[in-house]
Design a protein around this ligand. Structure first.
Ligand SMILES: Cc1cc2nc3c(=O)[nH]c(=O)nc-3n(C[C@H](O)[C@H](O)[C@H](O)COP(=O)(O)OP(=O)(O)OC[C@H]3O[C@@H](n4cnc5c(N)ncnc54)[C@H](O)[C@@H]3O)c2cc1C
Length: 402
């Protein structure tokens, strides 16, 4: 392939897209606004269908070696500190090569993809290069970027906007980002306190609570010794300052998981949470992927996973488009498949997940718990539930969209 692909955004989706394209012979140039890969704690849950894609890209060995394997996950009733249901990916053994989740921090994935990318000739990664505009023309597209040497213009055959939720590429193409923003924000607190050894919680635990739900995850951390991340909603009227202040942080952790000594909190972060999908994932020679195309609340760990699926589909579509028999429909197929999948699977599941954890009506809560228990107890329903949460169903559905 001689067509250079420009990619705005060197986050996990930008780097994985670049690698997927480079492996198909495309020269690629990545433009990242910051001077390094952002290592703020965000995604880590990597589902079976995504592990298969990472395997095809030659990344899964290192991801599994450096990540935390999580074969099971639990729903718990916070008020009673009781397990509602436990799900075990082992039941998917005949459906996937990877019947487990791997907790692998997203900045490690971006770094790993960049390391592999550098093995391919014709690839460039520009840090401190902020995309400020996209200028499409017949047969090519220009990207204007602010660099340390001033504003520069780069030309490619295609441009991928993988520049996150506030995507400059999406805005510059005039593509609407329809949806809404939740009134509360999510606070992520990271601690070394070992919730498995001390409390018996597993590496992925979802706590339902009408007052204040929580999600608990284990990740490896930089030293591999293990860190635990707890995600809580803030109250809509709570200021960012008070949520992030030491007193507020300790109070929140103690309320959920009381202990004598204060928590050692190694990281704290606050995120706005949205449900939004771009009106189009493709306009001419410009394509959107990852958070630039869709954002959702993180309960269920689906946003980045979906972005990695975008990356692979995008590379396949561009390869077919640039091949001998390719036509414009190949690019539209990217939009049809990925947009549909995001709405049908990611948006609907993450909204349902949030409602399940925060439900206040005792009768609805009890019904939802009964439903989860019955699902986990029945092997047919257990498998069906995991086929959906692990995105295997979404891959099967995407293949049917022509
Ligand atoms: C608390 C939390 C937990 C989450 N957990 C999970 C999970 O477990 N599993 C999951 O699948 N998802 C999860 N998500 C969602 C996940 O973090 C995102 O979907 C993911 O970051 C999307 O990756 P991306 O590369 O598309 O965007 P980003 O990670 O936002 O990367 C975009 C990159 O583009 C750069 N950039 C921005 N503007 C420009 C510009 N103009 N020019 C050049 N570069 C630019 C940015 O600096 C950044 O490096 C979570 C999110 C949050 C907030």
């Amino acid at each position: 392939m001689s067509e250079r692909v420009l990619i705005a955004g060197g986050g996990p989706v930008g780097m994985v897209t670049a690698l997927a394209l480079a492996r198909r012979g495309f020269p690629v140039s990545v433009f990242e606004a910051e001077d390094r890969i952002n290592d703020a704690p965000r995604a880590s849950t990597t589902h079976p269908a995504t592990l298969e894609l990472l395997d095809d890209l030659g990344l899964v060995g290192e991801a599994m070696r450096d990540g935390v394997a999580a074969r099971t996950f639990q729903f718990r009733d916070r008020a009673k500190d009781a397990i509602i249901a436990e799900f075990d990916h082992e039941i998917l053994r005949s459906d996937t090569r990877f019947p487990l989740v791997v907790q692998y921090e997203q900045h490690k994935l971006a770094r790993l993809a960049m390391k592999h990318l550098r093995e391919f000739p014709g690839t460039e990664v520009h840090f401190s290069a902020r995309a400020v505009g996209a200028e499409p023309a017949a047969g090519h597209v220009d990207l204007v970027a602010e660099t340390a040497q001033g504003q520069k213009r780069f030309r490619g055959a295609f441009l991928v906007g993988a520049d996150g939720g506030r995507s400059t590429v999406r805005k510059s193409m005039g593509i609407e980002f329809d949806g809404y923003t939740w009134p509360e924000r999510f606070i992520v607190l990271t601690t070394r306190f070992d919730f498995e050894a001390q409390r018996g919680y597993c590496a992925r635990t979802y706590f339902s609570d009408p007052e204040e739900w929580a999600n608990l995850f284990k990740v490896a951390g930089e030293d591999g010794k293990g860190l635990w991340r707890v995600v809580f909603p803030t109250r809509p009227d709570e200021s960012d300052e008070s949520a992030l202040a030491d007193a507020g942080v300790q109070e929140r952790l103690m309320r959920f998981f009381p202990k004598r000594a204060p928590y050692e909190v190694v990281h704290r972060n606050l995120y706005k949470v949205h449900q939004r999908v771009a009106a189009a994932f493709r306009k001419g020679r410009v394509l959107l992927a990852g958070d630039a195309a869709h954002i959702n609340n993180p309960i269920g760990g689906l946003g980045l996973n979906c972005g990695i699926h975008d990356a692979v589909e995008l590379a396949q579509c561009l390869e077919r488009f640039c091949g001998a028999a390719g036509g414009p429909d190949e690019l539209d197929l990217y939009d049809r498949r990925r947009r549909t999948i995001n709405i049908e699977f990611v948006q609907s599941q993450t909204i349902a997940n949030k409602k399940r954890l925060e439900e206040k009506d005792p009768l609805v809560r009890a019904k939802s718990f009964d439903e989860l228990k019955a699902t986990a107890a029945d092997p047919v329903r257990h498998r069906a539930f995991l086929l959906r949460t692990s995105l295997i169903d979404s891959v099967r559905r995407a293949a049917l969209i022509q």
